[in-house]
Design a protein around this ligand. Structure first.
Ligand code: ADP
Ligand code: MG
Length: 693
């Protein structure tokens, strides 16, 4: 159970003093449901309001606080004109200006002859100094009401910075003195404040430096949050590893046959990764391994070898992929490679229905199906495996952590191999996949050719189409990608459809159109026509992003490339450069191009290394976007900026591993305190696993 000391923090936002139901609803949308979520909603920058008496030196627009004596109200003739109040500020005149004013309010706030402190943006127009709509107007004795450094929070509609400020103050009041879970030596060395003090400081920066991610308060909070994250992952990992799995040791016969049929040799990286996987499968503990390899690095064959290893040892293997297209493509490739091996490969997606589905299910249940390839449908309850030994998940970033866990429950402690084509920056790999072992294919097959990438204005479209005439005449095939950020955006769909029509007019009968809104069987038809070279141009939305493999396609045109994220562009480009032909990728952009968009396109032009692209993506967009956290419901950090504070991670990781090694049940005095930390960061589930284990 969560320690009672935390109860106040986990109570509902509406228990906050002075925050009524209307406000608490808005705050909930912004921060989250609890008092703690308000306290964890940190300001993202700070406004400095220096106190100035002498305004003569003010030349540029400047935020400041000053003391004024009101001399005269200049009421305008009509409401369309601003209301001006002439004030005297230590020998200078300052005009305070209001548009859309309420007269009573103004007279009330700034009565003639009185002295007030006002704070706001001062501007100079020639000799005249002006402050429009002061942020604060207070009496001298209330000077404390104007902050010198004012924290500014990320806000949503309806929540003002003042409201957020007030809520944060109230929430901070409710933070109890918590036991210190960090080591005394670290605290002393770093000069860190306590957790409570650190949160307080983060909400009340006194200088610019206080606000920086390198400040002691922010470092401490990040350390705490990362420690909770790493402890949870190390706990999950320890528990997984403890579960005795099955030792799977194949004879190597099927693999040998497979390799002798392949027209190529495995790369050294592939060989290394295969042996890492084999060692894991052979061990009596469960495998939980992440296989990272850039697009086209040859993960499929590695996966197949692992599956054959399971089959040789008398187990079933399953391969799960996120989209129908990808599943069917895997199935086509793998079942073909398996024919000479005499292995029975079956396909199961949501589209296999009725009698056919029952037949497949019974083969899975009686063990006749040796390799099963499918979508999520594989893991619905009616799918019962006879003797499942290995599960491979392809293109993993589309599956959430929850699914990863659910999946490992299927079958008794099955080995799990996750394959991802999205290179993940090191720090992120550790924070999101810290429960897994890591294998990397860091070498591309020698057959892969560099892609010539160019960035062009959309105005060159005509010339591009002209060039296509030549390419098609030479028998080359082309992907033409139109943006479809959300599959529900009708206008985007229209883009692809319209492009299909214009291109069909130029290249009659040679163009196909594929998008996510199509029924699956239509997608197959279109895709197959392209594979069989019946069509030469495939107009597509991002459905082709993941995995599609047509070696003869060597030209990719991406329209409105500025609307795509870096990793998406990288994935898309990975569809070409697969065959023997020189490949070209044209990134067409539309005006106006934002700074980040230009940087993204420059990165694409300058490198094909997925890891470099991923690091750049992290810098440009932040962790949440890189991993697609929004869609997948992956955990996001509240107090940590992975981009700026990632260097803490290796230290935290080491400490977490060491803690769990010496105190696996967290029952030492320090362990008990660390449990409080885990509860604080919602790791209740992981704590339960300690008890269960
Ligand atoms: P990805 O890692 O993107 O899933 P694939 O497994 O689809 O890559 O492989 C891309 C292409 O490279 C496939 O056509 C595959 O047959 C080929 N390939 C894989 N390994 C090698 C290799 N060692 N040498 C040459 N070609 C290879
Ligand atoms: Mg693949």
């Amino acid at each position: 159970m969560r320690p009672a000391i935390l109860n106040g923090l986990f109570s509902n936002i509406d228990t906050l003093n002075g925050i009524g139901p209307k406000w608490s609803k808005l705050l909930k949308n912004l921060c989250g449901p609890t008092v703690l979520s308000v306290a964890f909603h940190l300001p993202d920058h700070v406004l400095h309001r220096p106190y100035l008496t002498d305004l003569k030196s003010v030349r540029e627009k400047m935020l400041l606080t000053t003391k004024v004596t009101v001399s005269q109200h200049k009421k305008p003739f009509s409401r369309r004109h601003p209301y001006r109040i002439i004030c005297e500020a230590s020998g200078t005149y300052l005009e305070v200006v209001f548009f859309n004013y309420r007269k009573d309010y103004i007279i009330d706030q700034l009565p003639v002859g009185e002295t007030r402190l006002i704070s706001g943006q001062v501007e100079r127009f020639g000799e005249r100094l002006q402050m429009t709509h002061p942020d604060y107007i207070v009496r001298e004795e209330e000077a404390w009401k104007i902050p010198i450094y004012e924290p500014i929070y990320p806000l949503t509609q309806g929540v003002s910075n003042k409201l957020m400020n007030r809520a944060a103050k109230e929430a901070l009041q409710l933070i109890p003195n918590l036991p210190e879970w960090l080591e005394e030596t670290r605290i002393r060395q770093e000069g860190w404040p306590s957790f409570k003090e650190a949160l307080f400081q983060a909400h009340h920066p006194q200088t610019e430096a206080d606000f920086s991610s390198a400040s002691k308060a922010r470092q401490r909070l990040a350390y705490d949050e990362l420690l909770a994250n790493q402890l949870a992952l190390v706990l999950a990992r320890t528990r997984m590893k403890k579960q005795t799995g099955t030792s799977i040791q194949g004879s190597g016969i099927l693999r040998q046959k497979l390799l002798s049929c392949l027209p190529f040799e495995l790369t050294n990286a592939q060989k290394r990764v295969v042996s890492e996987i084999e060692t894991d499968m052979q061990s009596p503990y469960r495998m939980l391994r992440l296989l990272q390899g850039d697009v086209g690095s040859g993960k499929t064959i590695v996966g197949l070898i692992a599956l054959l290893n399971a089959v040789e040892a008398g187990f079933q293997g399953a391969l799960m992929a996120p989209t129908d297209i990808l599943v069917r493509q895997h199935f086509a490739k793998i079942s073909q490679l398996c024919i000479p091996l005499g292995i029975n490969v079956v396909l199961l997606t949501g589209r296999e229905k009725g009698k056919k589905r029952e037949e497949i299910l019974s083969q899975i249940a009686n063990g006749q199906a040796q390799i099963v390839i499918g979508t999520h449908a594989l893991f619905t309850d009616d799918v019962i495996f006879n003797k499942l030994g290995l599960v491979i998940i392809d293109e993993q970033h589309r599956f959430g952590v929850e699914q990863r866990l659910a999946l490992t429950q299927k079958g008794k402690a099955v080995d799990v191999l996750v394959m991802t084509a999205t290179p993940i920056p090191r720090t992120l790999a550790l924070t999101y996949y810290g429960d897994m072992d890591l294998s990397q294919i860091d070498e591309k097959p020698p057959t892969r050719k560099p892609v010539d990438t160019r960035v062009l204005s959309v105005k060159k479209m005509e010339a591009v189409i002209q060039k296509l005439h030549v390419a098609l005449a030479e028998g080359k095939q082309v992907y033409w990608v139109c943006p479809l950020v959300e599959e529900t955006e009708k206008s985007d769909l229209a883009n692809a459809t319209a492009r299909f029509e214009t291109l069909s007019a130029v290249f009659p009968g040679q163009v196909g159109l594929i998008h996510g809104k199509m029924p699956g069987s239509d997608k197959d038809t279109i895709m197959n026509a392209f594979v069989r070279k019946e069509t030469s141009v495939l107009v597509a939305t991002t459905v082709i992003e993941v995995g599609v493999d047509v070696p003869n396609a060597c030209i990719m045109i991406i329209e409105q490339a500025e609307r795509f994220g870096l990793s998406q562009l990288h994935q898309l480009r990975g569809r070409i450069g697969r065959g023997t032909l020189q490949s070209t990728c044209l990134l067409l952009y539309d005006y106006p191009l934002s700074d980040t968009a230009r940087k993204r396109l420059d990165v694409m032009r300058s490198t094909e290394d997925g890891f470099i692209i991923a690091e750049e993506d992290l810098k440009l967009r932040g962790a949440g976007e890189v991993l697609g956290t929004r869609q997948s419901g992956l955990e996001t950090f509240q107090l940590t900026s992975i981009e700026l504070q990632g260097e803490l991670l290796p230290i935290v990781r080491r400490e977490a591993v060491q803690i769990i090694q010496t105190d696996p049940t967290l029952s030492s005095p320090r362990g008990e305190k660390l449990k409080t930390l885990l509860y604080l960061f919602n790791k209740d589930k992981e704590i339960q696993t300690i008890k269960a284990g």
